[in-house]
Structure formats: C-alpha cells, structure tokens
Design a protein. Structure first.
Length: 736
C-alpha cells in the first residue's frame, strides 16, 4: 500500500498518450526569429525552403513580404507560390493570404511570412497567426517569421526601449509551442549598414527608420532580448526532453563555478557573490577550503569563521569540501578539473595565500590551469578590509613554542656533541636531530634547527685545539650542501608527517563507518540499532547520541534504554525535524540556540526517526557539524541507522506475515476437518432419520416419535456446525 502513491496516475498517462497522438496528427511549426526587420529572417527561410525542394520535398509559398528587396525576391524563382486572395476594403483591393486555397491544396509544407500580421477585415481570422494555427491543425507544416518586438510578453519592454509601441503581436504560447525556433542574428553595425544601403527599407522610410526605431542603442537592446528569449526557449526544450525521456542525470550545459574560501575576512562575501553569479548564470557551484600545515595552526576563531562560510555556501546550494595539501593552487586546480568546474572565484584581499618566495595564489592557478576562467571579487564597502579575528589569524597564525624547542634542542646538541664525538659523527647526529625535529614539530622549526646545526658545525667542528677562524672553516660548498640536505630533509619529513596525519584521519573515518556498518548488519531488533548507534556515534564524534522513533500515531518517543543520552533533549524540536524531514537545532537555521543537533532518518519509504546528537562541551567537538567531511560522515551514519531501522521493521513485518500465514493454514485445516468429519456424518444421520420417518409400513407411534426427535437433534447439531464454520471462515473473507 505504501507504493500506491508512487504509481503513475492512469488518467494522466491516458492524457499524455492522447496529447502525443494530437501532436503527431498536428503540423510542425518552425519560426525564424530575429531582433528586428532586416536581419534576414525571410531570406533564411527561403534559403532553407529551396534546399528542401532540391532534396525532393514539395512545398508551397503561401505569402512572402519582400518589401522590395531584390535578393529576397530572387529566391522565389522556381518555388510554387500561392496567389494572394483579394479583399475589398474601403474601395481598395488588399492582397491577403488565401487560407482556403492553402487548405484545399494541403501541401506538406507551406511558407507564411510575418506571423504577427493583422489581416484585412473580411478575412476568416483577424490575425495571420490564427491562419497558421488552422494550417497546423490540418496537419500542414509551416515555416514563418517573427520579430522580438511582436511577442506579447515583450511588447511593453520594447516600447519602453524604443519609444514605439508595436500594435501587432503574437501570443507567447504560439512561440513556445513551435517545434523549432531558428535565431537569425547580425550585429547592430551591420544592420545599420544594410539600412543605409537600402536593403531593409526603400525611399524615405530609410531616413525615418534611422531617426526613430533603428538607433544603435535600440538595436543592441533588441538583440539582447532576442538572444535571451531564444535561450529561454532552448532551456524549455531541454527540460521537456529530459522529462519526456525520464533523464535524471545532470547535463552540464552551462558554466560551473568554484569558490575558494580562505582564512581572510572575505569568506562570506565571496560565497554570497559566487551564489549570485551562479544564479544569474543558472549554473551549479562548489565552495572549498584548502588546509595546509601552516593553516592548521590558525586560531580557533579564524577556523570557525572559515567553517561558517562553508556552512553558508551549503545553505545556498553549493557542494562543499575541506581539502588537505601543501600547494593550495594545485589542490584547487585538481578539484576544479575533477568536478568539471570551468570558473574559479577568489577574494582579491586574500594576500595571505602566498609564500614570501612564491607568486600569489591566483597567479599560480592561472599558470597551472590556463583553460579555466578566474574571477576576482572585491571587498564590499560596508565590511572592513580586515577584522580583528582575521588580523589575529594572519599575523599570529603560528605558535612560537615549537621554534623555541627546536632552538634549544639544536643549541644543546651543538654544545654537547663536540666533547664526545668527532666532526663527521657529530654532523650526522645533528642531521638526525633535524629529522627528529621535523617529524615532531614541523617544517619551520626544522629549518631553524638546520641553520643552528650548520652554524655549530662551522664554529665548533674545526681542527682540534684550534680557534675558529676563516682559514680553518669548512669549504663553503660543504656548508651549502649540509644546509640544503637539512632543509630538504626537514621539508620532506614535515610533508610526510602532514600527509600521514590526513591519511590517519581519513582511515579513522573509514574504520568508524566500517565498524558501524558491520555492527548494524547483525542487528535484528530495534534496541540493538539504538545501542549500536549511540555507542559508535559517541566514539566517532565525542558526543552523546540517542535515537527517537515514532509510535503508531507518528509521535516521537524516547527509546527504553538506561544508557546516558543528550541531557537537554527537546521532543518538540525533534518532532519538527521528523515532520519536515529537515535538520534542526545546533548548526542549523531552525532553533540554532539548541545545544543538540536533530537529524531526521530518511529512507526511500518514509522517515524512520530522528537522531539527536549533543557534542561534548569539554572538547572542541562542536566544530564537527560545520566541517563538510565530518558532516557527510554523520549523514552516512544516519543513513545506515535509518536503513537498519527499516530492515528491522520489515523483519517484524515478515514475521507477522509468517505468523498470519501459519494461522491461516491452521484455520484452513480446522475448517477442512470440521467439514469432513462433522458435516458429512450429520448429513447422513439426518437423511437416515428422515428415511425412518417416511418408511413404509409406518413405524409404531413410539418409534416414530423417537425417529423424529433424533432427526430434530441432528438438524440442530448440523446448524451449530454450519454456524461455527461460518464464524471461522469470516476473518479470511475480511482479509480477502
């Protein structure tokens, strides 16, 4: 019964089939669309008609307005032209399209120029587009022309631009219902040149048109309107085709944007600007943040600002991610290429995304991806160039203590080692100390330790018993090689340390999901799902969790468990999240002051419950809800829990169905036994009694009375058995 609402409506299917049949019987309309007169619509239509005729397709020219253009009139040679119908109006003969003659000849294709033309009084229809509708209903294909100013929806817009209100219009439904729309477009300067050459109008009309309608600004605006209206029409065609073919995959026919959020103050401004641009382009977009070992040491407020910007991007419809790497530009370009994103947006103020010895990040991206467009957004006038949080993040983004430890370790080694070791062994041991510093403290402290160690070798490991002097110093090349080896070793060790840290985090997330999925795979009862979810989420996110499931009336209730759950659980917020199938509470836009995050457990069939999570206040675990990767991991946990609850539900349904089937089998067996073992003997007994009563010669009165009494008791017993069988059979009839 749950799938009944997902079945197609038979009436809708029938209407769709009937509409397809009507479209198949109706003629097809092709519109040659332009920004204004003179762009070449009629010319393009006649060229296409001559090509079709040369290919063996018969056609008829219904009406063509050449306006004295010789090139257009020359294209009519060799084509079958329908004579115009003469209509007398105020003593004048006006030539109009002969609709009746066209219907009588019934050509496969007919050409009708100027769709918005108003017919002379006395014609069958007041508008030429109505003549075309009748031709289409008769199954005749039609080629026609129309200008953008003749569309009904744009009539007032064009009037406001040009100052001239066009009286002849075509309903947009006719334009939208056309099978094909061919845009005929030329630049404004070329159209003005055609006007001056007399290829648009003749005689005094040229000068009058140049002063009024055919001004360059008007033509540019009309051209933009025509291009936009054609794009909308094509977008409708694509959408209709996808619906008709039941295509669910995304077609990336437009530009896709990538917003690169950094630790500067412009994260939210960059996100909002990219969202507006994506809306204007009708494109999808992503927002990412690349975290390097240096940026990992940002103060907590700066990291919160970055995650807040990513959360805002997610709310605005973007795909978000936090990437890890050493080269920000390489990570950005790799993500853009892997997701087919053709435009990258950055904040102009992000000068912190550069090293002192390297080019700015935007120049690095430009050199790595010359085929990707780069867009810079400036700072809004209402936001200061750098706030206190960002200033702290940029100027004090490193901890001084690792450098102090590195300096102390290298200085102590330099003072102690010359007493016990020779120069070569001491140099190797100092190099080992540099590697250990890089492994433990990072790249910067390792570079400091390298410099101190090389200085120690220069000034302490000279000839024994001598005083350091220039003449006894090691060779400069030796010093340079030792310095390079130390710096390169420290850099590589620090890089491996960072990569190992990132890999360990990813492996931890994967291991947690694996353990959770494996534990849920063996759960056969809802209580097991509750306990497994509470335990695994508590371990993965350092949080207290609880599963709330609905009762028969759809009201959430706490599971019967003695395990500690969220302390400030609010069933009202949880019920809202359940009813609306949307997150609520901490980190959302719905009651964000709540300390608990409520995540609905949505399955393909229905919402199975709500997962309530309360991060530990003692730790920094409240940040996980803002990090895209950890939020995706939490969504995966919720999806696995929802599927497990649905599986447990259907296990219970299967068990109930099995019990019902067994009960039905037993009832059928009982009915068969009663029918066979009671009804048949009772029927035979009643028959024997009736035989005795009606026997000849007649029985004695006493014997006759006994036979009658026996017959009555047998009939009463048979009635009781029939009633019992009916009672046993009635539940099965109700189920059927």
């Amino acid at each position: 019964m749950g799938d009944a609402g997902d079945r197609p409506d038979p009436d809708a299917l029938l209407a769709q089939v009937q509409a397809q049949e009507r479209r198949a019987a109706r003629g097809k309309l092709r519109i040659y669309f332009g920004a204004s007169a003179g762009v070449g619509k009629t010319y393009a239509m006649l060229v296409a008609a001559r090509k079709l005729q040369s290919d063996g397709h018969p056609l008829l020219v219904g009406v063509i307005e050449t306006h004295g253009r010789k090139e257009t009139a020359a294209l009519l040679d060799g084509l079958d032209v329908l004579p115009l119908k003469t209509i007398a109006y105020h003593g004048k003969d006006i030539g109009e399209f002969d609709l009746d003659a066209a219907l009588a000849r019934h050509p496969p294709l007919i050409l009708v120029d100027e769709l918005a033309h108003s017919n002379a009084p006395g014609a069958r229809h007041p508008k030429r587009w109505q003549d075309v509708e009748e031709l289409l209903d008769a199954g005749i294909d039609v080629f026609c022309t129309v200008n953008v100013q003749h569309l009904e929806s744009l009539n007032d817009v064009v009037g406001g631009i040009t100052g001239i209100r066009v009286g002849e219009t075509v309903p947009d439904t006719v334009f939208d219902a056309a099978e094909e729309v061919v845009l005929v477009d030329i630049p404004a300067d070329e159209l003005l040149a055609r006007l001056k050459a007399g290829k648009v109008y003749l005689g005094p009309q040229v000068e009058r048109a140049a002063r009024n309608f055919f001004r360059k600004g008007n033509l540019i605006a009309l051209r933009e309107l025509a291009l936009r209206r054609t794009a909308e029409r094509i977008e409708d065609d694509v959408r209709a085709y996808r619906i008709e073919q039941s295509i669910a995959d995304i077609w990336k026919t437009g530009a896709a944007l990538l917003a690169c959020v950094g630790p500067g103050p412009g994260g939210e401004h960059l996100v909002r600007s990219t969202a507006r641009l994506a809306g204007q382009l009708g494109a999808e977009w992503h927002a990412i943040y690349v975290e390097t070992p240096t940026l990992q040491r940002l103060p907590q407020p700066a990291r919160e600002a970055i995650l807040t910007a990513l959360k805002l991007a997610q709310e605005l419809g973007a795909g978000t991610a936090v990437l890890s790497g050493h080269d920000i530009a390489q990570e950005i370009v790799a993500y853009a290429r892997s997701h087919n994103l053709s435009k990258i947006t950055l904040d102009r103020r992000r000068q912190n995304w550069r090293w002192p010895w390297r080019r700015p990040c935007i120049e690095r991206i430009a050199s790595l991806a010359q085929d990707i467009d780069l867009i810079e957004f400036g700072a809004p006038s209402t936001v200061p160039a750098r706030g206190p949080v960002q200033q702290q993040a940029l100027e004090r983004s490193f901890d001084i203590w690792p450098y102090c430890w590195a300096a102390c370790a290298s200085s102590a080694s330099a003072l102690v080692l010359p007493v016990f070791l020779n120069p070569s062994d001491g140099a190797l041991l100092l190099l080992l100390m540099v590697v250990l510093v890089a492994l433990r403290l990072g790249r910067g402290p390792s570079a400091l330790a390298t410099c101190i160690s090389v200085a120690a070798i220069v000034f302490f490991f000279v000839q024994p018993g001598s005083t350091p002097a220039l003449s006894v110093l090691p060779h400069p090349m030796t010093v340079g090689i030792m310095l390079a080896v130390g710096l390169i070793s420290g850099h590589l060790i620090a890089a491996l340390r960072f990569q190992a840290h990132v890999a360990a985090q990813r492996a931890g997330r994967a291991q947690a999901l694996y353990e959770f999925a494996r534990a849920l795979s063996g759960a056969l009862q809802a209580e097991q799902v509750f306990e497994t979810t509470r335990r695994c989420i508590g371990q993965a996110f350092a949080a207290r969790a609880a599963l709330l499931v609905p009762d028969q009336d759809g009201h959430l209730a706490l599971p019967a468990s003695d395990a500690p759950g969220p302390a400030a659980l609010d069933l009202g917020i949880a019920q809202w999240a359940f009813d609306h199938a949307a997150g609520a509470g901490l980190g959302t836009t719905t009651l964000p002051a709540s300390p608990i995050f409520y995540l609905p457990l949505v399955t393909p069939m229905r919402t199975r419950g709500v997962l309530a999570i309360e991060p530990s206040v003692e730790s920094t675990a409240r940040r996980w809800i803002l990090i895209p990767e950890q939020r995706q991991q939490l969504d995966t946990f919720a999806a696995l829990a929802a599927i497990a609850l649905e599986r447990v539900h259907y296990i219970a349904v299967a068990q109930e169905a099995l019990v019902s089937m067994e009960s039905e089998r037993l009832r059928n067996s009982l009915l068969a036994a009663l029918s066979r073992d009671l009804r048949t003997p009772l029927a035979a007994l009643v028959g024997l009694c009736e035989t005795l009563v009606a026997s000849t010669p007649t029985l004695a009165p006493a014997q006759l009375a006994q036979a009658g009494a026996l017959r009555d008791e047998a009939q009463r017993m048979r009635l009781l058995v029939n009633t019992l069988l009916c009672e046993l059979d009635s539940p099965r009839q109700k189920d059927d």
